[in-house]
Design a protein around this ligand. Structure first.
Ligand code: ADP
Ligand code: MG
Length: 389
Protein backbone atom coordinates (compact mmCIF):
# COMPACT_ATOMS: atom_id res chain seq x y z
CA UNK A 1 0.00 0.00 0.00
CA UNK A 2 2.82 2.38 0.97
CA UNK A 3 6.39 1.57 0.06
CA UNK A 4 9.65 3.41 0.68
CA UNK A 5 12.55 2.41 -1.57
CA UNK A 6 16.03 3.68 -0.74
CA UNK A 7 14.59 7.03 0.26
CA UNK A 8 17.04 9.76 1.23
CA UNK A 9 16.28 13.33 2.21
CA UNK A 10 19.01 15.93 2.51
CA UNK A 11 18.03 19.48 3.37
CA UNK A 12 21.56 20.67 2.62
CA UNK A 13 24.30 19.40 0.34
CA UNK A 14 26.93 18.44 2.87
CA UNK A 15 25.03 18.03 6.14
CA UNK A 16 23.84 14.75 7.59
CA UNK A 17 20.69 13.57 5.79
CA UNK A 18 17.37 14.03 7.67
CA UNK A 19 16.37 10.60 6.32
CA UNK A 20 18.95 8.14 5.04
CA UNK A 21 18.24 5.16 2.83
CA UNK A 22 14.81 4.24 4.15
CA UNK A 23 13.27 0.97 3.02
CA UNK A 24 9.87 0.00 4.36
CA UNK A 25 6.67 -1.66 3.23
CA UNK A 26 3.32 -0.89 4.81
CA UNK A 27 0.32 -3.13 4.09
CA UNK A 28 -3.25 -2.03 3.50
CA UNK A 29 -5.21 -1.70 6.76
CA UNK A 30 -2.08 -1.57 8.91
CA UNK A 31 -1.71 0.89 11.76
CA UNK A 32 1.98 1.80 11.70
CA UNK A 33 3.48 4.09 14.31
CA UNK A 34 6.79 5.89 13.74
CA UNK A 35 8.57 6.75 16.93
CA UNK A 36 11.91 8.29 17.76
CA UNK A 37 13.55 11.27 19.42
CA UNK A 38 12.98 14.81 18.22
CA UNK A 39 14.78 15.56 14.96
CA UNK A 40 15.14 11.91 13.88
CA UNK A 41 13.25 12.49 10.64
CA UNK A 42 9.66 11.42 11.38
CA UNK A 43 7.94 14.54 10.06
CA UNK A 44 10.21 14.64 7.03
CA UNK A 45 9.22 11.06 6.23
CA UNK A 46 5.50 11.90 6.39
CA UNK A 47 5.90 15.02 4.32
CA UNK A 48 7.64 13.10 1.57
CA UNK A 49 4.61 10.83 1.26
CA UNK A 50 2.25 13.68 0.39
CA UNK A 51 4.99 15.68 -1.33
CA UNK A 52 5.18 18.56 1.07
CA UNK A 53 8.86 17.62 0.76
CA UNK A 54 10.59 15.86 -2.14
CA UNK A 55 13.02 12.99 -1.54
CA UNK A 56 16.59 13.69 -2.63
CA UNK A 57 16.94 10.08 -3.72
CA UNK A 58 14.77 6.97 -3.95
CA UNK A 59 11.08 6.43 -4.51
CA UNK A 60 7.84 6.30 -2.58
CA UNK A 61 4.91 4.28 -3.89
CA UNK A 62 1.29 4.63 -2.84
CA UNK A 63 -0.78 1.76 -4.19
CA UNK A 64 2.04 0.90 -6.57
CA UNK A 65 2.24 4.42 -8.02
CA UNK A 66 5.32 6.56 -7.59
CA UNK A 67 4.18 9.71 -5.80
CA UNK A 68 6.69 11.75 -7.80
CA UNK A 69 4.70 10.96 -10.95
CA UNK A 70 1.48 12.31 -9.48
CA UNK A 71 0.10 15.80 -9.36
CA UNK A 72 0.99 17.01 -5.84
CA UNK A 73 -2.33 18.75 -5.28
CA UNK A 74 -4.40 15.74 -6.33
CA UNK A 75 -2.12 13.48 -4.32
CA UNK A 76 -2.62 15.55 -1.15
CA UNK A 77 -6.38 15.52 -1.53
CA UNK A 78 -6.31 11.74 -1.74
CA UNK A 79 -4.32 11.31 1.49
CA UNK A 80 -5.70 12.31 4.90
CA UNK A 81 -3.31 14.46 6.93
CA UNK A 82 -3.67 15.34 10.61
CA UNK A 83 -1.13 17.42 12.47
CA UNK A 84 -0.67 18.56 16.04
CA UNK A 85 -1.49 22.20 15.34
CA UNK A 86 -4.99 21.05 14.33
CA UNK A 87 -5.13 23.62 11.56
CA UNK A 88 -8.87 24.23 11.57
CA UNK A 89 -9.72 27.36 9.64
CA UNK A 90 -10.98 29.88 12.20
CA UNK A 91 -13.53 31.77 10.09
CA UNK A 92 -15.13 28.58 8.77
CA UNK A 93 -17.73 26.65 10.73
CA UNK A 94 -16.94 23.17 11.98
CA UNK A 95 -19.12 21.77 9.18
CA UNK A 96 -17.26 23.77 6.55
CA UNK A 97 -13.94 22.68 8.01
CA UNK A 98 -14.93 19.02 7.82
CA UNK A 99 -16.15 19.52 4.24
CA UNK A 100 -13.06 21.36 3.07
CA UNK A 101 -11.59 18.62 0.91
CA UNK A 102 -15.07 17.65 -0.31
CA UNK A 103 -15.50 21.22 -1.60
CA UNK A 104 -12.12 21.10 -3.30
CA UNK A 105 -13.16 17.85 -4.95
CA UNK A 106 -16.37 19.61 -6.07
CA UNK A 107 -18.77 17.44 -4.08
CA UNK A 108 -22.22 19.03 -4.14
CA UNK A 109 -23.55 20.67 -0.98
CA UNK A 110 -25.94 17.88 -0.04
CA UNK A 111 -23.25 15.24 -0.30
CA UNK A 112 -20.88 17.32 1.84
CA UNK A 113 -23.53 18.08 4.46
CA UNK A 114 -24.64 14.45 4.68
CA UNK A 115 -21.06 13.34 5.11
CA UNK A 116 -20.38 15.94 7.82
CA UNK A 117 -23.48 14.80 9.76
CA UNK A 118 -22.44 11.18 9.44
CA UNK A 119 -18.92 11.93 10.68
CA UNK A 120 -19.82 14.08 13.66
CA UNK A 121 -21.96 11.22 14.96
CA UNK A 122 -19.05 8.83 15.13
CA UNK A 123 -17.19 11.04 17.58
CA UNK A 124 -20.31 11.54 19.70
CA UNK A 125 -20.60 15.28 19.18
CA UNK A 126 -24.05 16.80 18.53
CA UNK A 127 -25.00 17.81 15.00
CA UNK A 128 -25.47 21.40 16.20
CA UNK A 129 -21.67 21.64 16.52
CA UNK A 130 -21.44 21.73 12.73
CA UNK A 131 -22.66 25.34 12.88
CA UNK A 132 -20.20 26.47 15.52
CA UNK A 133 -16.77 27.99 14.98
CA UNK A 134 -13.54 26.25 16.03
CA UNK A 135 -12.82 28.69 18.89
CA UNK A 136 -16.11 27.68 20.54
CA UNK A 137 -14.81 24.11 20.96
CA UNK A 138 -12.39 22.65 23.52
CA UNK A 139 -8.95 21.44 22.40
CA UNK A 140 -10.08 17.82 22.45
CA UNK A 141 -13.18 18.61 20.41
CA UNK A 142 -11.15 20.58 17.87
CA UNK A 143 -8.76 17.71 17.49
CA UNK A 144 -11.67 15.33 16.88
CA UNK A 145 -12.79 17.67 14.09
CA UNK A 146 -9.26 17.65 12.67
CA UNK A 147 -9.44 13.85 12.51
CA UNK A 148 -12.89 13.96 10.90
CA UNK A 149 -11.66 16.39 8.28
CA UNK A 150 -8.96 13.89 7.34
CA UNK A 151 -11.58 11.14 7.06
CA UNK A 152 -14.14 13.21 5.16
CA UNK A 153 -13.50 12.04 1.62
CA UNK A 154 -12.73 8.54 2.83
CA UNK A 155 -9.04 8.39 1.88
CA UNK A 156 -7.52 4.90 2.13
CA UNK A 157 -4.30 6.31 3.60
CA UNK A 158 -4.08 8.73 6.51
CA UNK A 159 -0.93 10.38 7.84
CA UNK A 160 -1.01 11.66 11.41
CA UNK A 161 1.90 13.66 12.79
CA UNK A 162 1.73 13.79 16.61
CA UNK A 163 -2.00 14.50 16.37
CA UNK A 164 -2.72 14.14 20.08
CA UNK A 165 0.54 15.63 21.34
CA UNK A 166 -0.94 18.87 22.65
CA UNK A 167 -3.85 17.32 24.56
CA UNK A 168 -4.09 16.63 28.27
CA UNK A 169 -3.57 12.96 29.23
CA UNK A 170 -7.23 12.13 29.84
CA UNK A 171 -8.49 13.63 26.59
CA UNK A 172 -5.60 11.95 24.80
CA UNK A 173 -6.50 8.59 26.29
CA UNK A 174 -10.14 8.96 25.16
CA UNK A 175 -9.18 10.05 21.66
CA UNK A 176 -6.70 7.20 21.29
CA UNK A 177 -9.42 4.69 22.20
CA UNK A 178 -11.96 6.27 19.87
CA UNK A 179 -9.49 6.45 17.08
CA UNK A 180 -8.23 2.89 17.37
CA UNK A 181 -11.84 1.70 17.24
CA UNK A 182 -12.56 3.87 14.23
CA UNK A 183 -9.54 2.61 12.37
CA UNK A 184 -10.59 -1.00 12.90
CA UNK A 185 -14.10 -0.34 11.67
CA UNK A 186 -12.97 1.56 8.61
CA UNK A 187 -9.96 -0.56 7.75
CA UNK A 188 -7.79 2.45 6.87
CA UNK A 189 -4.04 2.39 6.48
CA UNK A 190 -2.67 4.75 9.09
CA UNK A 191 0.83 6.10 9.45
CA UNK A 192 1.05 7.76 12.83
CA UNK A 193 3.95 9.68 14.35
CA UNK A 194 4.55 10.03 18.06
CA UNK A 195 7.39 10.36 20.52
CA UNK A 196 5.33 8.73 23.27
CA UNK A 197 6.02 5.02 23.69
CA UNK A 198 2.77 4.40 25.58
CA UNK A 199 0.83 5.83 22.66
CA UNK A 200 2.78 3.70 20.19
CA UNK A 201 2.22 0.50 22.14
CA UNK A 202 -1.45 1.21 22.50
CA UNK A 203 -2.20 2.04 18.88
CA UNK A 204 0.29 0.27 16.66
CA UNK A 205 0.03 -2.97 14.75
CA UNK A 206 3.62 -2.26 13.82
CA UNK A 207 6.11 0.15 15.37
CA UNK A 208 8.97 1.70 13.39
CA UNK A 209 11.71 3.03 15.64
CA UNK A 210 13.87 5.74 14.09
CA UNK A 211 17.09 7.39 15.17
CA UNK A 212 19.11 10.01 13.28
CA UNK A 213 17.32 9.48 9.99
CA UNK A 214 17.53 5.70 10.07
CA UNK A 215 15.14 2.90 10.90
CA UNK A 216 16.52 1.06 13.90
CA UNK A 217 13.83 -1.57 14.39
CA UNK A 218 10.46 -2.57 12.95
CA UNK A 219 8.11 -4.93 14.77
CA UNK A 220 4.89 -5.43 16.67
CA UNK A 221 4.77 -3.78 20.11
CA UNK A 222 5.22 -7.21 21.62
CA UNK A 223 8.28 -7.99 19.43
CA UNK A 224 9.92 -4.74 20.34
CA UNK A 225 9.28 -5.01 24.06
CA UNK A 226 10.53 -8.56 24.15
CA UNK A 227 13.47 -8.27 21.78
CA UNK A 228 14.79 -4.73 21.51
CA UNK A 229 17.31 -4.62 18.64
CA UNK A 230 19.97 -2.67 20.47
CA UNK A 231 20.80 -0.42 23.38
CA UNK A 232 19.23 2.61 21.76
CA UNK A 233 15.87 0.82 21.54
CA UNK A 234 16.21 -0.45 25.10
CA UNK A 235 16.87 3.04 26.40
CA UNK A 236 14.09 4.44 24.32
CA UNK A 237 11.55 1.92 25.57
CA UNK A 238 12.74 2.46 29.10
CA UNK A 239 14.04 -0.19 31.45
CA UNK A 240 10.80 -0.21 33.44
CA UNK A 241 8.77 -1.26 30.49
CA UNK A 242 11.17 -4.02 29.51
CA UNK A 243 10.94 -5.62 32.91
CA UNK A 244 7.23 -5.19 33.10
CA UNK A 245 6.13 -5.45 29.57
CA UNK A 246 3.19 -7.79 30.01
CA UNK A 247 0.32 -5.50 31.03
CA UNK A 248 1.35 -3.14 28.24
CA UNK A 249 0.49 -5.78 25.69
CA UNK A 250 -1.84 -8.13 27.53
CA UNK A 251 -5.44 -7.71 26.47
CA UNK A 252 -8.28 -8.06 28.91
CA UNK A 253 -9.64 -11.11 27.08
CA UNK A 254 -6.44 -13.02 27.82
CA UNK A 255 -6.90 -12.88 31.56
CA UNK A 256 -10.63 -12.43 32.13
CA UNK A 257 -12.89 -14.99 33.72
CA UNK A 258 -14.95 -16.18 30.75
CA UNK A 259 -17.89 -17.48 32.81
CA UNK A 260 -19.54 -14.59 34.59
CA UNK A 261 -22.67 -15.31 36.59
CA UNK A 262 -25.69 -13.88 34.75
CA UNK A 263 -29.45 -13.55 35.01
CA UNK A 264 -31.99 -12.05 32.59
CA UNK A 265 -34.42 -9.24 33.24
CA UNK A 266 -37.21 -11.81 33.54
CA UNK A 267 -35.43 -13.89 36.17
CA UNK A 268 -37.26 -13.66 39.49
CA UNK A 269 -35.42 -12.04 42.34
CA UNK A 270 -35.88 -15.25 44.29
CA UNK A 271 -34.08 -17.31 41.61
CA UNK A 272 -31.35 -14.69 41.36
CA UNK A 273 -30.66 -14.88 45.09
CA UNK A 274 -30.45 -18.66 44.80
CA UNK A 275 -27.99 -18.35 41.94
CA UNK A 276 -25.84 -15.82 43.78
CA UNK A 277 -25.78 -17.97 46.88
CA UNK A 278 -24.66 -21.03 44.91
CA UNK A 279 -21.94 -19.12 43.07
CA UNK A 280 -20.96 -17.22 46.22
CA UNK A 281 -21.06 -13.82 44.52
CA UNK A 282 -22.68 -10.61 45.73
CA UNK A 283 -23.44 -9.16 42.30
CA UNK A 284 -24.69 -10.60 39.01
CA UNK A 285 -24.78 -9.25 35.47
CA UNK A 286 -28.06 -8.96 33.58
CA UNK A 287 -28.08 -10.02 29.92
CA UNK A 288 -30.74 -10.39 27.21
CA UNK A 289 -31.42 -13.49 25.09
CA UNK A 290 -28.54 -12.62 22.77
CA UNK A 291 -26.27 -12.33 25.83
CA UNK A 292 -25.96 -8.57 25.41
CA UNK A 293 -25.09 -6.76 28.62
CA UNK A 294 -28.09 -4.88 30.03
CA UNK A 295 -27.05 -4.03 33.57
CA UNK A 296 -26.28 -5.54 36.92
CA UNK A 297 -27.85 -6.16 40.25
CA UNK A 298 -26.10 -6.59 43.56
CA UNK A 299 -27.19 -7.97 46.86
CA UNK A 300 -27.82 -4.56 48.46
CA UNK A 301 -30.18 -3.59 45.64
CA UNK A 302 -32.03 -6.89 45.97
CA UNK A 303 -32.20 -6.54 49.69
CA UNK A 304 -33.72 -3.09 49.40
CA UNK A 305 -36.45 -4.22 47.03
CA UNK A 306 -37.07 -7.87 47.86
CA UNK A 307 -40.41 -7.34 49.61
CA UNK A 308 -41.92 -5.02 47.01
CA UNK A 309 -40.56 -6.45 43.77
CA UNK A 310 -40.60 -9.79 41.95
CA UNK A 311 -38.40 -9.57 38.86
CA UNK A 312 -34.85 -8.50 38.18
CA UNK A 313 -35.94 -5.76 35.75
CA UNK A 314 -37.62 -4.00 38.67
CA UNK A 315 -34.47 -3.98 40.80
CA UNK A 316 -31.54 -3.81 38.38
CA UNK A 317 -29.22 -0.90 37.57
CA UNK A 318 -28.97 -0.23 33.84
CA UNK A 319 -25.93 2.02 33.93
CA UNK A 320 -23.02 -0.38 33.88
CA UNK A 321 -19.40 0.39 33.26
CA UNK A 322 -17.76 -2.14 30.94
CA UNK A 323 -14.63 -2.59 28.83
CA UNK A 324 -14.09 -4.06 25.38
CA UNK A 325 -12.28 -7.38 25.19
CA UNK A 326 -9.42 -5.80 23.21
CA UNK A 327 -8.71 -3.22 25.92
CA UNK A 328 -5.25 -3.32 27.40
CA UNK A 329 -5.11 -4.85 30.82
CA UNK A 330 -3.02 -1.99 32.09
CA UNK A 331 -5.63 0.62 31.13
CA UNK A 332 -8.48 -1.48 32.48
CA UNK A 333 -6.72 -1.94 35.75
CA UNK A 334 -6.04 1.75 36.14
CA UNK A 335 -9.67 2.52 35.44
CA UNK A 336 -10.95 -0.02 37.90
CA UNK A 337 -8.68 1.39 40.56
CA UNK A 338 -9.64 4.96 39.76
CA UNK A 339 -13.36 4.16 39.95
CA UNK A 340 -13.05 1.82 42.89
CA UNK A 341 -14.94 -0.89 40.91
CA UNK A 342 -15.09 -4.37 42.38
CA UNK A 343 -15.30 -5.85 38.91
CA UNK A 344 -15.81 -4.87 35.32
CA UNK A 345 -17.76 -6.79 32.65
CA UNK A 346 -15.96 -7.45 29.35
CA UNK A 347 -17.95 -7.06 26.12
CA UNK A 348 -17.53 -7.23 22.33
CA UNK A 349 -18.16 -4.35 19.93
CA UNK A 350 -21.74 -5.65 19.73
CA UNK A 351 -22.05 -5.40 23.53
CA UNK A 352 -22.20 -9.16 23.95
CA UNK A 353 -20.92 -10.19 27.36
CA UNK A 354 -17.84 -12.40 27.08
CA UNK A 355 -16.26 -12.24 30.52
CA UNK A 356 -15.54 -10.40 33.69
CA UNK A 357 -12.41 -9.01 35.33
CA UNK A 358 -12.60 -8.92 39.10
CA UNK A 359 -10.36 -7.66 41.83
CA UNK A 360 -9.57 -11.31 42.47
CA UNK A 361 -8.37 -11.74 38.87
CA UNK A 362 -6.08 -8.77 39.34
CA UNK A 363 -4.86 -10.00 42.68
CA UNK A 364 -3.98 -13.38 41.11
CA UNK A 365 -1.96 -11.56 38.48
CA UNK A 366 -0.20 -9.49 41.07
CA UNK A 367 0.76 -12.56 43.05
CA UNK A 368 1.99 -14.20 39.86
CA UNK A 369 4.11 -11.13 39.42
CA UNK A 370 5.72 -11.44 42.78
CA UNK A 371 6.18 -15.17 42.80
CA UNK A 372 5.43 -16.25 39.28
CA UNK A 373 7.10 -15.55 36.00
CA UNK A 374 6.99 -11.84 35.31
CA UNK A 375 3.42 -10.88 34.62
CA UNK A 376 4.64 -7.58 35.94
CA UNK A 377 2.68 -4.66 37.20
CA UNK A 378 4.37 -1.66 38.65
CA UNK A 379 4.94 -1.61 42.37
CA UNK A 380 2.62 1.34 42.98
CA UNK A 381 -0.10 -0.52 41.12
CA UNK A 382 0.42 -3.61 43.23
CA UNK A 383 0.04 -1.48 46.33
CA UNK A 384 -3.11 0.07 44.92
CA UNK A 385 -4.64 -3.34 44.27
CA UNK A 386 -3.73 -4.57 47.72
CA UNK A 387 -5.01 -1.52 49.51
CA UNK A 388 -8.54 -2.12 48.28
CA UNK A 389 -8.67 -5.66 49.59
P1 ADP B 1 11.11 14.83 13.73
O1 ADP B 1 9.76 15.04 13.12
O2 ADP B 1 11.45 13.40 13.95
O3 ADP B 1 11.30 15.64 14.96
P2 ADP B 1 12.09 16.24 11.38
O4 ADP B 1 11.75 15.40 10.22
O5 ADP B 1 11.23 17.42 11.65
O6 ADP B 1 12.22 15.34 12.68
O7 ADP B 1 13.60 16.75 11.23
C1 ADP B 1 14.67 15.91 10.84
C2 ADP B 1 15.93 16.76 10.63
O8 ADP B 1 15.76 17.60 9.50
C3 ADP B 1 16.25 17.69 11.78
O9 ADP B 1 17.63 17.75 11.92
C4 ADP B 1 15.68 19.01 11.35
O10 ADP B 1 16.39 20.08 11.92
C5 ADP B 1 15.90 18.95 9.84
N1 ADP B 1 14.85 19.70 9.10
C6 ADP B 1 13.52 19.47 9.16
N2 ADP B 1 12.85 20.29 8.34
C7 ADP B 1 13.79 21.08 7.75
C8 ADP B 1 13.75 22.12 6.78
N3 ADP B 1 12.58 22.53 6.25
N4 ADP B 1 14.91 22.67 6.40
C9 ADP B 1 16.08 22.25 6.90
N5 ADP B 1 16.19 21.27 7.81
C10 ADP B 1 15.06 20.67 8.23
MG1 MG C 1 8.09 16.12 13.86
Amino acid sequence: MLEFKNVVKKYSENGKPAVSNMNLNIEKGEFVVFIGPSGCGKTTTMKMVNRLQEPSEGQIFVNGENVLNQDPVKLRRSIGYVIQQIGLIPHMTVGENISLVGSLLKWDKKRRDDRAKELIKIVDLPESFLHRYPHELSGGQQQRIGVLRALAVDPPLILMDEPFGALDPITRDTLQEEFKKLQKEMNKTIVFVTHDMDEAIKLADKIVIMNQGEIVQVGTPDDILRNPANEFVEDFIGKDRLLQSRPDVTKVEQIMNANPITVTEQTTIKDAIQKMREARVDSVLVVDDAYRLKGFVDIEMIDASFKKKTYIYEAMEREVYSVKKESLLRDTMRRMLRRGSKYVPVITEEEVLVGIVTRATLADMVYDTIWGEGNGLEVNEIEAVESVH
